[in-house]
Design a protein around this ligand. Structure first.
Ligand SMILES: Nc1ncnc2c1ncn2[C@@H]1O[C@H](COP(=O)(O)OP(=O)(O)OP(=O)(O)O)[C@@H](O)[C@H]1O
Length: 263
């Protein structure tokens, strides 16, 4: 089952779906993002990878109007996210990290609520809600409260709710976390169809293999800075993305510690 195509075609070649320029954010004087600039071309499937604490969530939160940058701009399809947040949010579907949903609603009510909040009429919302529940394999649990969903089901319902208003850009923070392999393949298919029909996606993930197979562009982030960005083939430069990632980010070698753990 594929999700119905709601994405409007992109405006033209060369246009950025998301343009981040010089984003900076510190927490209590400690820098989390130190001048990130990134162009996500319209119609691209863009991966954002980096080790824990690299600044991916902070960057995506600033890009989507959830966290105010200390400096820099975020532009979605020509609209400045922080100057015109309502117009920008109309263009975006967002799956934030650690989704906090209205979990006393059923899955069906949650998507319906998201659709009505975006100003869609009831008939359209009802039709899209039914199709999204089917596409995400949640129809049987449509009337179950989200609080009773598993972690993977919660991810899927949040993703479904982020699609209901047919956004032109999807910003997804770890959409595959806790999701089983069959559901992950299902989500991948939905996202690939979405990109094919003119949408753009930026997705953060720790799963290099998935990013290599699914995305056409990738940026590697560490310590709040971009280490490499471009097409997946350019960034991996003949290696696997995983090897290139370790090479760029630098890993720990075998350690002498934890000897007490060795039996
Ligand atoms: N609300 C906050 N208050 C204080 N520090 C924060 C806050 N949010 C993030 N940080 C810090 O900013 C840095 C970047 O965190 P961020 O969550 O953006 O990383 P990430 O790349 O998404 O990591 P992960 O892959 O583990 O999710 C970390 O050092 C983190 O501790």
């Amino acid at each position: 089952m594929t999700v119905p195509s709601y994405a409007a075609p992109s405006r033209g070649p060369g246009e950025s779906a998301l343009s981040l320029r010089g984003l900076v954010k510190s927490f209590g004087g400690k820098p989390a993002v130190e001048g990130i600039s990134l162009e996500v071309p319209a119609g691209s499937f863009y991966g954002l990878v980096g080790p824990n604490g690299a600044g991916k969530t902070t960057t995506l939160s600033m890009a989507t109007g959830l966290l105010r940058p200390d400096a820099g701009t975020a532009i979605v399809l020509g609209v400045d996210v922080w100057r015109d947040p309502i117009a920008a949010k109309r263009l975006m579907g967002v799956l934030p990290d650690g989704v906090r949903l209205f979990d006393r609603l059923s899955g069906e009510q949650l998507i319906t609520y998201a659709g009505l909040l975006h100003g869609l009429d009831r008939a359209t919302v009802a039709q899209r809600t039914g199709e999204l529940l089917e596409a995400f394999d949640l129809a049987a649990d449509a009337r179950t409260l989200v609080v009773d969903y598993s972690a993977g089901m919660t991810k899927k319902i949040a993703l479904a709710a982020s699609l209901v208003h047919a956004p032109r850009l999807l910003v997804l923070d770890e959409p595959f976390e806790s999701v089983d392999p069959i559901s992950a393949a299902n989500i991948r298919g939905i996202l690939t169809d979405y990109v094919r029909s003119g949408g753009s996606v930026i997705v953060s993930s720790h799963v290099m293999d998935l990013v290599q197979r699914m995305c056409d562009h990738v940026a590697v982030v560490a310590k709040g800075r971009i280490l490499a960005a471009g097409t997946v083939d350019d960034v991996r430069a003949g290696s696997t993305l995983e090897d290139r990632f370790v090479e760029l980010v630098g890993g720990h070698g075998p350690t002498e510690g934890l000897s007490w753990l060795h039996t």
